[in-house]
Ligand binder design. Sequence first.
Ligand code: 8YV
Length: 316
Amino acid sequence: DSIDVLTLVPTSISAYLEQELDKRFNVLKLWTVPVPNKTQFIKDNSSSIRAIVGHGGVGADAELIDSLPNLEIISSFSVGTDKIDLKKCKEKGIRVTNTPDVLTDDVADIAIGLALAVMRRLCESDRYVRSGQWKKGDYKLTTKFTGKTVGIIGLGRIGKAVAKRAVAFSCPIAYFSRTEKLELKYKYYPTVVELASNSDVLVVACPLTEETRHIINREVIDALGPKGVLINIGRGHHVDEPELVSALLEGRLGGAGLDVYQNEPEVPEQLFGFENVVLLPHAGSGTTETRNAMADLVIGNLEAHFLNKPLLTPVV
Ligand code: 8YV
């Protein structure tokens, strides 16, 4: 019999996921329902829904979980599970899966890409050529990336992949994490402020939790300083955004490369005016190859669950 899967993933994120889900399940596409009717739509289908497919931007809060009495599994099209009430899922015996590993390279590539874009002014230079300015003026010198100290917050899969790439650019690596990783030769700092004081580029690569919310605050920004560059490929809520904006306005920070924001897809408009800021639309995992691999994991986990097989990438 067909299994009802409530999907919170908009088609623009992965048409392939939608197509593959459609082949196997009865897919309830919440994103096709107009906003005012969403709650009623969930209510009307509440007893038949056995699975949810969420993503980095939309997960399942306690209210949604409680409203679905026959919910068995949440399969997230993301590695981050900060939008899912994991505690609630544990309590109720609801399984949760994510998409680790397959996106690590792309997200790490984007971290290095952002650092190069900010420091070598790639986007500004592109605008300079396209606008015809090159014919009129002098090209401004930029800042070297090779050899600069890269500080990484969170040395998990993605943090390590960023480190590996930065090492190839001859960058000394420093990091902050909950525990020192003695097996790695990188320099450990027990606080984020110490890490920031000793880094040229600071990369946020940790999961979003209660402890890491606003891990980039005024004190950390000031420790990074007027030549420092902040790269955020984690979550918007890792950064105190108004503090970031004031630091940039006041020249207390050298630059920022951001893939994520507190209130996506809203981005503080004040950021649009800075040439030392590069803004991406939460695109870290956004390649066809990776999004397809993520989709395969989302589906593989759902199939495993409903066939009573071990989950591929369980979180809960
Ligand atoms: C998003 C992400 O899931 O994996 C994560 O945690 O944030 C991304 O891969 C993706 O952009 C869809 O929202």
